[in-house]
Every structure is written in structure tokens, then in C-alpha cells.
Design a protein around this ligand. Structure first.
Ligand code: TYD
Length: 138
């Protein structure tokens, strides 16, 4: 995890099935759209304006973050560089590799932030103290 950089993360265009009259559908499939198998899905919603979520790093978790509704900004930090990605399309996902501090903020009204994760919830995988994160990275 100590080698990962903000440039190891990328925005992935998801498969989008469109129809003029019936709307759109996007698909995420293990082994095709993303470089990990999905073991858990969670989503943030009803986040009040001005609130920041996240504020932690993961030792080994991969994540795909999708704005399935509304918009928000994800800031990635590798201990040296920061990079902010604005997400506002349900057919786009931000791939986040392990070893990055990430925060999510500027939630629009009605925003839903869906996270597809590579493993089950494990508090041991979290680094929740920014100073400890910097020590591990540098
Ligand atoms: P937390 O990681 O603090 O949320 P955020 O970083 O987005 O602000 O998670 C909030 C609470 O939910 C915390 O008590 C842990 C719990 N939680 C689970 O039980 N399972 C999960 O998959 C996740 C992501 C969190």
C-alpha cells in the first residue's frame, strides 16, 4: 500500500445500454468492467450539505465509487499529491486502489454515492488517523 499513488486511480466508463423511450441502464460485471471481484456494496445518501464523508485509507481494499444520483467530489491523497475527481454520471466510476486517503464532499441534494468494494467490511483494513497514514506512506 505504501507505493500507490493518486495516478493509479482512474475513471472507468461503464457499459451503458440506452434507449430513447425506456431510459438507460449501466452494468458492472466482475472480471469485465473492473479489476477486482465485488464482495460488498454500500451507499451513502441523505448526506447534508457541507458534510465530509470518508476521511480514511484502506490497507488492501479496492473500490469503485459511482454517483448513481446527483454529484459529489472525491479527493484522493497519497501522502505527497492530492487529486480531486468530480463524479456526476451514473455510467462512470472512480477506481480507488488501496493505500490512499480519501474524502468525499460537496454532496448535491439527492446524491447517492454507491461504493462497490473488493472485500467484506473489516475494521482492521482501515487507517483512520491521518498522521499514521503519512507515517506508513513515507
Ligand atoms: P465510516 O467508515 O465511518 O463512514 P464514512 O467513512 O463514509 O464517513 O462508517 C460508518 C459506520 O458504518 C461505522 O460504524 C462502520 C459502519 N460500516 C459497516 O458496518 N459496514 C460497512 O460496510 C461500512 C462501509 C461501514
Amino acid at each position: 500500500m505504501n507505493r500507490s499513488s493518486v495516478y493509479d486511480c482512474s475513471v472507468i466508463e461503464l457499459d451503458c445500454h440506452s434507449s430513447d423511450r425506456r431510459g438507460n441502464m449501466s452494468v458492472v460485471e466482475n472480471g469485465k468492467s473492473i479489476p477486482f471481484d465485488v464482495r460488498r456494496v454500500y451507499y451513502l445518501y441523505d448526506v447534508p450539505g457541507g458534510v465530509e464523508r470518508g476521511g480514511h485509507a484502506h490497507r488492501s481494499l479496492y473500490q469503485l465509487i459511482i454517483a448513481v444520483s446527483g454529484s459529489f467530489s472525491v479527493t484522493l491523497d497519497d501522502g505527497k499529491l492530492k487529486r480531486t475527481v468530480f463524479l456526476n454520471r451514473p455510467n462512470r466510476g472512480l477506481l480507488v486502489v488501496p493505500g490512499l486517503w480519501r474524502t468525499i464532499e460537496d454532496f448535491s441534494s439527492g446524491a447517492v454515492c454507491m461504493v462497490l468494494a473488493s472485500s467484506e467490511y473489516d475494521e482492521e483494513d482501515y487507517i483512520r488517523d491521518y498522521g499514521s497514514f503519512l507515517n506508513l506512506k513515507n
